[in-house]
Design a protein around this ligand. Structure first.
Ligand code: DGI
Ligand code: FE
Ligand code: FE
Ligand code: FE
Length: 188
């Protein structure tokens, strides 16, 4: 597509070669999932390419955006893991000129998921997890599930991410818990 080449250069310039390869892997996985589940290939591509655009930015950049744009100040209590998606989407909008709200939302939600996710949100959330370069315990299971049922893949990823966060005593972002309650927890 005509927007892809210039976008690719800016993204490559913003990160290490290793992360750039991850991003290309996420694009590959996202295009596969978009084809399989009937989402826009172009949106899947752009969202995948931009999802970690801000990941290597200094904390100060995120803090400035939080203050300048009036984000909830509780965000200041978190870190890059949460900021690079939630606030990174604003940097993608400002610096890369991406204005499509569905793409920006997929970037915002890619780390934590959400109780309410569009098809594109789910595709980016899952593609980030199963991309060919990822090596996490249980990754082959996650890839197999993603080929059969996207919602089940969201549930699998959410459960394993939360279990990992608890295992390492990491603080859990409230949205991550909302995702768990919607997609993993049994109704009662
Ligand atoms: O940016 P990536 O490494 O490709 O992947 P990601 O954006 O899905 O996750 C970034 C990091 O965020 C990863 O180490 C897991 C972590 N993470 C996900 N949910 C939470 C979280 N960290 C904290 N502290 N709390 C969360 O709820
Ligand atoms: Fe990320
Ligand atoms: Fe992820
Ligand atoms: Fe990523």
């Amino acid at each position: 597509k005509k927007v892809r080449a210039p976008l690719l250069k800016k993204i490559q310039a913003a990160m290490s070669q290793r992360r750039f390869e991850h991003v290309l892997g996420v694009e590959k996985a996202a295009l596969f999932l978009a084809e399989k589940y009937g989402a826009s290939q172009e949106k899947a591509s752009i969202a995948a390419l931009t999802h970690d655009y801000a990941k290597e930015r200094p904390d100060e950049d995120f803090k400035k955006i939080i203050l300048d744009y009036g984000y909830d100040l509780d965000l200041l209590n978190w870190n890059n893991a949460i900021w690079h998606g939630v606030i990174g989407a604003k940097l993608v909008e400002i610096e890369l000129g991406i204005t499509d709200e569905s793409i920006l939302q997929a970037i915002r939600l890619h780390t934590t998921g959400a109780a309410q996710m569009t098809l594109l949100d789910k595709i980016i959330y899952v593609a980030d997890y199963i991309e060919p370069g990822r090596d996490i315990p249980g990754i082959e299971k996650a890839r197999a599930i993603a080929k059969k049922d996207l919602d089940e893949a969201v549930a699998y990823e959410t459960k394993h991410t939360l279990a990992h966060l608890i295992e390492i005593h990491a603080p859990v972002y409230p949205k991550t818990i909302e995702t768990y309650n919607r997609w993993v927890a049994k109704k009662r």
